[in-house]
Design a protein around this ligand. Structure first.
Ligand code: ASP
Length: 409
């Protein structure tokens, strides 16, 4: 939300987070009792994700005019996302090799968390097959965004191609899009309370396990956080100012509500409505770029997750006393990147994908149980970086020659 109200809401969210931490620590039982307010906030966000993504993508695609413009923009988006994800994995690998957070750490009994064990391994073929929804309504009902993106791209492209017959349909989606944005504005008004309740609830729940963040897992957590900070505060701002021609600080403040929501919900998908609003309305990025780049980013572009996968895999190798060769580290680089593409934008999705990364180089799966102890916190940090990376991507793609041409026509 732009303007003064936006600033007040952002301050409210920050105050909500601080009060949530204090409340969770000192009046935990009360915070647990009001945690349902956070669930209402989260549900409200999830409620608008599907109609908003479908409508905004269809409107975005039809306003591009030409399928070739869409194709070239799509390729540039994928290239940018791949480049930033690779940069972030590289930072993670360098840090974990230098800092060696797992050396000298004693292994303790752990088991693979249930939801990870049940998930089974998914590889590149599953990701590809999952792109085409056998049932569009089913995909929507299950909240699967990626197949809906594919459908919306196709639908939008075809609506443009059929000319006059498509126009009334496009007008309907324009109306839906505008209405959904309005609902997002209403939900944002509730954000400070939502943040307070969600943060308060999680801190109250985890107050006994805080020491893990600073104990044997402390160096590991620190390595992940340091890597995320380098990526978020150096790599992405550089790209934003050079390629996206934006002032990183004001852009960062503009998406503040989205970043705070990402940290609070640990879900890029649930944050998506606020990201779209912040990028388009606060940062004035061309909606044709944002409506296409952001939903895609929320599902396939996870710089923070990729960095975490790489650091976690090497940490597990280090505590298990396994020396990984350069070749094996390259395999980790590739699988961490792939895992971040395949991970859904929901809490702990990255942890589930660890199965694939560890499996690729034969590392013990039990390690997942170990790092899971601090995942409630690291998940929030990496989701914030994931959303920041998507937002930067939108600004960069809006500056491509195709988008400039689309604006001029
Ligand atoms: N929670 C992350 C997200 O939604 C995914 C992950 O677990 O890394 O972006």
């Amino acid at each position: 939300m732009a303007g003064r109200t936006g600033n007040i809401i952002l301050l409210g969210m920050i105050a909500g987070a601080i009060l949530g931490v204090l409340g969770g620590l000192f009046i935990g039982d009360f915070m647990l009792r009001i945690a349902f307010l956070g669930t209402i906030f989260l549900n409200a966000l999830k409620m608008v994700v599907i109609p908003l993504v479908v409508a905004s993508m269809i409107v975005g695609v039809t306003s591009l005019g030409d399928v070739r413009t869409l194709g070239r923009t799509g390729l540039k988006t994928l290239a940018f996302y791949f480049a930033t994800t690779s940069a972030s994995v590289t930072v993670g690998l360098i840090l974990v090799n230098i800092l060696q957070p797992g050396t000298g750490v004693e292994i303790w009994e752990t088991t693979v968390p249930d939801f990870v064990a049940k998930s089974g391994e998914s590889g590149i073929v599953d990701v590809l097959v999952g792109l085409i929804p056998p049932n569009v309504i089913g995909a929507a009902a299950e909240g699967k965004i990626l197949p809906l993106i594919v459908f919306s791209l196709l639908f939008g492209g075809v609506l443009s191609a059929i000319g006059d017959k498509g126009k009334p349909v496009v007008a309907v989606f324009e109306g839906i899009n505008a209405a959904m944005m309005k609902i997002v504005h209403l939900i944002i008004l509730f954000a400070p309370i939502g943040v307070l309740a969600l943060i308060g609830g999680i801190v109250a729940e985890k107050r006994d396990s805080f020491e893990q963040l600073v104990s044997s897992l402390g160096m590991y957590s620190l390595t992940v956080i340091l890597g995320l900070l380098i990526h978020a505060l150096i790599t992405l701002p550089l790209l934003l100012s050079i390629l996206g021609r934006k002032n990183p600080w004001s852009y960062f403040m503009g998406v503040g509500e989205a970043l705070a929501t990402a940290f609070t919900t640990a879900s890029s998908s649930a944050t998506l409505p606020i990201t779209i609003d912040a990028v388009e309305n606060n940062n004035k990025v061309d909606s044709r770029a944002a409506s296409f780049v952001l939903p895609l980013g929320a599902t396939i572009n996870m710089d923070g997750t990729a960095l975490y996968e790489a650091v976690a895999a090497l940490f597990i190798a280090q505590i298990s006393g396994i020396d990984l060769t350069i070749g094996q580290q390259i395999i980790i680089f590739l699988t961490a990147t792939l895992a971040s593409v395949g991970a859904a934008g929901i809490p702990h999705a990255g942890t589930v994908m660890m199965v694939m990364v560890l499996g690729a180089v034969g590392l013990p799966m039990e390690g997942i149980g170990l790092i899971f102890a601090v995942d409630w916190f690291l998940d929030r940090c990496r989701t914030t970086v994931n959303v920041w990376g998507d937002s930067v991507g939108a600004a960069v793609i809006a500056e491509t020659s195709e988008m400039k041409a689309a604006r001029a026509s």
